[in-house]
Write a protein that binds this ligand. Sequence first.
Ligand code: B12
Length: 211
Amino acid sequence: MAKEQILADLKKAIETWDIKLVQEATNAAINEKLPIGEIIGDGLGKGMEVVGVRFDKAEIFLPQVVAASKTMEAALKILEPLMAAGEGALKGTVVMATVEGDIHEIGKNVCCAMLRGAGFNVIDLGCDVTAQDFLDAADENEAQVLGGSALMTTTLEAQRELVEAVKETESPYKCIFGGAPCSQAWCDEIGADGYSETANEIIELVGKLIA
Ligand code: B12
């Protein structure tokens, strides 16, 4: 099957929360040896963008968004074993989570998948995670980078709290942030070490911080 068709099917499957189609298209993408970055960034992720826009315009509602999220998870489940296989030695350890008070985790999951695909060891703490839990996991796993996702303006503040917790404990970790309301300007204001708008950019960002 042509690459363009597979990417279009991946996008459509998320937009129409079609689990059967997403499984078929993901398997087709693997058979055609499409890079995981493209499968997620140019296929599945594009579909999720459309879902976000339609939700913002009130063309669809929470149940449909949940259904699209579950479709995304079904695809990531198929891709996970490939990403776990890695490409040789792990390049470093990143603790990823959605910050305290926030349960949005699709974008964070996409970032985790991309980082694993690029050969980083990713400790995924899930969502609604406190600064202390970030630090404990980083200590335990000898991580270099902490990545915090926030999808609501109300939970952006938890990103600042994480930076402050790292400073207060004089921990050696670099903090990077993302999520729709987050920006480079916000990251500069709170003294973060990095920001990336998309999961594609996160690989380069983490690579630079760990090098
Ligand atoms: C899906 C979704 C949900 C799902 C989440 C399912 C799940 N398992 O994650 C459900 C239905 C559960 C949900 C719930 C709620 N939601 Co909601 N949700 C969305 C929606 C439509 C899409 C978010 C998404 O998944 N986008 C797709 C992913 C791929 O993109 P992304 O998250 O931005 O991630 C990319 C980048 O940002 C970046 N990135 C992300 N994280 C990180 C981290 C790092 C370290 C880096 C470097 C980069 C990075 O890379 C990712 C991939 O490219 C957004 C609308 C929107 N436009 O964002 C609203 C939205 C975020 N939700 C919103 C709200 C209000 C809620 C609720 C409070 C609703 C309610 N009344 O109950 C609850 C939240 C409760 C809580 N305490 O968290 C608001 C937030 C408003 C605000 N500005 O504060 C939004 C903006 C919708 C709106 N316009 O009102 N939601």
